[in-house]
Design a protein around this ligand. Structure first.
Ligand code: NDP
Length: 326
């Protein structure tokens, strides 16, 4: 029996259903995995609510997992039954016990990384890599503002930015999260529920502003984030946790100091097997050098995916979260 999560309509966590999912033999270029841990990501919420619509419903959900190869289709030569692998760029439908997936979507898990760690870090870690090394290449001495600093992507990014020699300012929604962000290497934390983060950033940078803002909160922080940038600074808006950002006039970028605005996705930076492998290797290197520690702070049974979604949306989670098939 193969159990997993499906949704038949867009909506709240209650639309997620734990049920039997059909599974067959892997086709050409495919492998079948027995999944041991599944990564929970905020993008799963966008898929479930329909903010990022699916081609059709019903749909599976989830883009990330780790597991053991249990069968191999024709034409797959570089992977073997028994290999431990992980993926973090989909395709959608990872909330399942067993799954068939194209072989070129998975990466071998290094020995020193557990399945749980791999399942939690692939998507958020490769995202961190492309954001801070490629979308804007952070330099030693840069001032960086990173929103939701105690979350999944945030916790990894804070550590990596610190290792790169940046001065890291992180926003968080509670005092408990501020402590977590500090232990991860945030030089300055701002509780944006209580404090005006634009004024705090101005104070911290002596009125100059930061080189780059990474904003995944979206609607609630976007405008303030533009005001935190120095002249010719870079605004990276990469998520919508509080809702999507409304349209803006290009002249605003001029008024704010000739700033750069970009809205990237993981697919733009890890869309090919080569790009994904390079990004994953860079991530594994950052882990093995000690620059990044993986924090799997929450674990739920796969059948409890509704509860996991509720907690993620209620801002109750910190670091990374996994779902575990029983
Ligand atoms: P997180 O663990 O960071 O959870 C989201 C966090 O956002 C919350 O914990 C909360 O932290 C903060 N937040 C602020 N406002 C709200 C709100 N109204 N509702 C809920 N949360 C809010 O999630 P992930 O690490 O999985 O993802 C972080 C962000 O990065 C998401 O927006 C995601 O979509 C985006 N992302 C984008 C990618 C890309 O390539 N473009 C790839 C991967 C992720 P606090 O309480 O501290 O404010």
């Amino acid at each position: 029996m193969n159990k997993g999560i499906k949704f038949y309509e867009y909506g709240g966590p209650e639309v997620l259903h734990y049920e039997d999912i059909e599974i067959g033999k892997p086709g050409k270029g495919e492998i079948r995995l027995k999944q041991t841990a599944i990564g929970l990501n905020f993008i799963d919420v966008y898929h479930r609510t329909g903010l990022y619509p699916q081609p059709s419903l019903p749909s599976g959900i989830g883009l990330e997992a780790a597991g053991i190869i249990e069968d191999i289709g024709p034409g797959v030569t570089d992977l073997h039954v028994g290999d431990r692998v992980a993926y973090g760029t989909g395709p959608i439908g990872s909330y399942v016990e067993h799954r068939i997936i194209p072989a070129d979507k998975v990466i071998l898990i290094p020995e020193r990384i557990s399945d749980e760690e791999a399942a939690s870090v692939m998507l958020q870690g490769m995202t961190t890599e492309y954001l801070i090394r490629r979308t804007y290449c952070v330099q030693p001495g840069d001032f960086v503002l990173f929103h939701a600093a105690a979350g999944g992507v945030g916790s990894l990014a804070i550590q990596w930015l610190n290792a790169l020699g940046a001065t890291v300012i992180g926003t968080v929604g509670s005092e408990e999260k501020a402590e977590i962000a500090k232990t991860k290497g945030c030089h300055h934390t701002i509780n944006y529920k209580r404090e005006n983060f634009v004024e705090r950033v101005k104070d911290i940078t002596d009125g100059k502003g930061v080189n780059v803002v990474y904003d995944s909160v979206g609607k609630d922080t976007f405008e303030g984030s533009l005001d935190c940038l120095k002249v010719r600074g870079t605004m990276v808006t990469f998520g919508n946790a509080s809702g999507p950002v409304p349209a803006i006039e290009p002249l605003i970028l001029n008024a704010k100091g000739g700033i750069y605005l970009t809205r990237p996705s993981l697919a733009h930076y890890c869309g090919t097997h080569g790009e994904m492998t390079a990004s994953a290797n860079s991530l594994f290197q950052a882990i093995s050098s000690g620059a990044i520690q993986i924090d799997v702070n929450q674990s739920y049974a796969l059948y409890d995916a509704r509860k996991a979604h509720e907690d993620l949306e209620a801002r109750k989670t910190t670091g990374s979260t996994i779902l575990v098939p029983q």
